[in-house]
Structure formats: structure tokens, C-alpha cells
Design a protein around this ligand. Structure first.
Ligand code: PLP
Length: 408
């Protein structure tokens, strides 16, 4: 007998990251941290091996009046000044569409609310074949089916597969809900080019002649894109969406502000018609009220304060870590290319992923751990979290990993 609802999947959560991170920790305690490469952690770490917590952010938070921290937010969709700043910061002026913003608990809240409210149980969501694991879990919790498009065609985004999967799903339901995680795709570090985005919009518009189309664009790592402001120009492509297309940009302050635990993010909704946006926000507001109620007031106030009062310091502090990330990833990638360690097309972001079939991956993952190298298994690959590896540990790592791969 079970007390849970019939339809819920009762398998325990199999979290690939936390279990392996625990093993790495144990190894470090046993053999000394200098002998262990822990490339599991998906948060930004400094060269000192400690979590990065931006001073500009935490100075602002700690200077808040206690009552600001204690208060409820002023609206279930987020404080008005937060929403305004979120839209301005998030899209950087690169949109002419009708819009509104709903504050959410992290990017997770934004993606989950979209998945929850756009599809009925039994319908199908379209996801990338290599992806952040939570999308699948969200789909499972909502009793959705999943169709996946291939992320890559060589070194490019696989537009052909994307189009085919959209066309396949359109036959059986009158709506498409699609997730694209770009820029800085987790786990490969791929970012679609402006031309690829233009084609994606063309494909969505074509589909939208017969069904409604929702694009959930997960931009969790966008503020660590190497192009910075230029990395937000692609939002312009969305200006060309038809009336029957909606874009939900899922924003995460976890990465942008290094404030993972403060649980703040946003769903930025874009469409041609304001009435389309208003209808969605009415439902998102009720969903928010019925689940998390309202968002951390201190986190929203901190975001507004940082952008109003010290934007230059914040940008400069973040840029230091963008540069560091670039140094780590380029060190690893350059050596990987030299020794012939194959990886997916990396452009920017927290992770590099080696490409291989799942059978090789399983054996390789074990062999790496036997050599004190801890990584995360993803579909058809091994994820290396350069975001938490000091430069010294990125050096020589690819050669070591290639040697181990040759024994598998
Ligand atoms: N999207 C992707 C691809 C992620 O990797 C993450 C976090 O790991 C998130 C969204 C959401 O993060 P948060 O809910 O902390 O904002």
C-alpha cells in the first residue's frame, strides 16, 4: 500500500553529481586534496579551492536593513523594481516584444513553472538529447513524455534534428514546448550562433502556422558567456516570432550573482501581443502563490541595489571570473586537442564534455575514479566541471585523461 498518488514515480532520486562529489571528498580526505581532481562541482570555485561569493553581492546583502530581509515580497510575481531591473539586465535592450517578468526560485523555478503550466499530463516536451538532468525529472513529475533532438551535427547545432522532432510532435498535439539551453549549454558549453537562432525562429514560425509554440530558453550561465554584452544580442532574433509563438527566458541569479542558495531567478516572458503575456502571467502568479508564494525579498533587493549603486564594481568583479573560466577551459581544450581527447564543441561556460558512447562512458568513468579523477556522467559523455578546477589542475589533465581512455 502506498500513501502517494497513483501516478507518481517512486524511484529514489538518482543524482549523478552529489554521489560522485561525495566519493571525491572521501578520496581527498584519504589521499590528500593535491592527489585528487574533483571536476564534479558545478559552481564557480576560486583558485583557492573555495566557492566564489562575489563581494559586491554579499556586501550589498549584509548592508540591508533587517526589515528588508525579513519582509515578504510586495507581489506574488516579484517586486516591481526587481522585475524592471531583471528585464533590463537580462535582455540588455535586445528586444522589442511585449513582455513581463515573474520572479521565481532560481532558474529551476522558471523552467519548472513553464513546463508545469504549458503542457497537460500525457503530452510531450521537446528536450536536447544531452541536457541538464532536471528537465527530465520535471517532465517525469508532471507525467509528460519526452522527445529529444540531437544537439549536434558535427560542430554545429543540429537544426535538421530540431525541425524533425518539432514536426513529429506536432502531429500528435496542438502545442510545442521546446527547451533550448544556450548560451553556455550545460553540459557541453555550446552556444548557438546568431544564424542558428534565426533558423530556430524560422522553424518555430513555420510550426506556429498550425500549432502554438513555446520556447523555454534556459540562460542559466549567460552572465559568464565570454562575449558578455555581445552574448545577449541573439535575443533580437526573437523579435521575428509570429503571434503564435511565446518565449520564456529562464534566468538564474544563482550563477549571475553567485547566489545559488538565495533562490532567486526569473521567467522573462516575450510575445508579439501583450494579451498573450498577460494571460500567461495571470496563471503564473496563481501557480507562484500556490507553490512558493513569493520570492526571497532580500535577494531581489540585493539585485536592484547592486545594479543601481555599483554596476561597474559588480561587472569588474564578475569579469575577473569570466577571464579565469576562459583560462581554465582554454588550457583544458588546447591540451585535449593536442592529445586527441575528443569533446563536444565547447564555446564558453562552466563545463566541457567529452563525447563517447554510453558503454565506453561507464567503463571510463570508473577508470577515471580509480585514478583519482572525478567527473559526471551525462548522456553520451563525461562532464568536466572546469568552473571548479584551478588552472594548475587543468594543466596536464587532458593528457592524463587520454591515457586512461586508451586503457578502457
Ligand atoms: N539550468 C541549468 C542548465 C542549470 O545547470 C541550472 C543549475 O545548475 C539551472 C538551470 C538552475 O539553477 P538555479 O535554480 O540554481 O537558478
Amino acid at each position: 500500500m502506498s500513501f502517494l498518488k497513483e501516478s507518481v514515480n517512486r524511484q529514489p532520486l538518482a543524482d549523478a553529481v552529489f554521489a560522485i562529489a561525495a566519493k571525491a571528498k572521501e578520496d581527498k580526505e584519504l589521499n590528500g586534496p593535491e592527489h585528487v581532481v574533483d571536476a564534479t562541482i558545478g559552481s564557480l570555485y576560486g583558485e583557492d579551492g573555495k566557492l566564489v561569493a562575489l563581494d559586491t553581492v554579499y556586501d550589498s546583502l549584509k548592508n540591508m536593513d533587517n526589515r528588508v530581509l525579513a519582509k515578504y515580497a510586495s507581489s506574488f510575481t516579484g517586486n516591481p523594481d526587481f522585475k524592471e531591473h531583471m528585464y533590463d539586465w537580462g535582455l540588455d535592450g535586445n528586444s522589442s516584444l511585449a513582455h513581463d517578468v515573474v520572479a521565481t526560485p532560481g532558474g529551476t523555478g522558471a523552467v519548472a513553472m513553464g513546463i508545469d503550466e504549458f503542457l497537460e499530463a500525457g503530452e510531450t516536451i521537446i528536450l536536447p538529447n544531452i541536457a541538464w538532468g532536471s528537465y527530465k525529472l520535471m517532465a517525469q513529475m508532471d507525467n509528460l513524455n519526452i522527445e529529444t533532438y540531437e544537439m549536434f551535427d558535427g560542430d554545429a547545432f543540429n537544426l535538421k534534428s530540431f525541425k524533425e522532432v518539432c514536426e513529429k510532435v506536432m502531429v500528435r498535439q496542438n502545442k510545442l514546448v521546446i527547451v533550448i539551453n544556450s548560451p553556455c549549454h550545460n553540459p557541453t558549453g555550446y552556444s548557438l550562433t546568431d544564424e542558428e537562432w534565426a533558423k530556430v525562429v524560422e522553424i518555430m514560425n513555420e510550426c506556429a502556422k498550425s500549432v502554438s509554440v513555446v520556447l523555454i530558453n534556459d540562460v542559466a550561465y549567460i552572465d559568464f558567456a565570454y562575449g558578455q554584452k555581445a552574448a545577449k544580442k541573439y535575443f533580437r532574433a526573437f523579435d521575428k516570432i509570429s503571434d503564435n509563438v511565446v518565449v520564456e527566458v529562464a534566468y538564474s541569479l544563482s550563477k549571475s550573482m553567485t547566489s545559488y542558495g538565495l533562490r532567486c531567478g526569473a521567467a522573462i516572458l516575450l510575445a508579439q501581443q501583450q494579451k498573450t503575456i498577460d494571460e500567461i502571467v495571470t496563471v503564473f502568479a496563481k501557480d507562484a502563490r500556490a507553490t512558493w508564494s513569493n520570492i526571497n525579498n532580500g535577494a531581489m533587493a540585493m539585485f536592484v541595489d547592486v545594479l543601481d549603486n555599483k554596476p561597474e564594481e559588480y561587472n569588474a568583479e564578475r569579469q575577473k571570473y569570466v577571464d579565469l573560466l576562459q583560462k581554465r577551459s582554454s588550457t583544458f581544450i588546447k591540451e585535449a586537442d593536442e592529445v586527441g581527447l575528443s569533446h563536444y564543441p565547447y564555446k564558453e561556460g562552466f563545463f566541457v564534455t567529452l563525447n563517447m558512447d554510453n558503454k565506453t562512458r561507464d567503463a571510463y568513468h570508473e577508470a577515471l575514479m580509480a585514478n583519482h579523477i572525478y567527473t559526471v556522467k551525462v548522456n553520451q559523455g563525461i562532464r568536466v566541471a572546469v568552473c571548479s578546477l584551478p588552472v594548475s589542475q587543468c594543466q596536464g589533465l587532458a593528457a592524463k585523461m587520454k591515457k586512461i581512455l586508451d586503457t578502457v
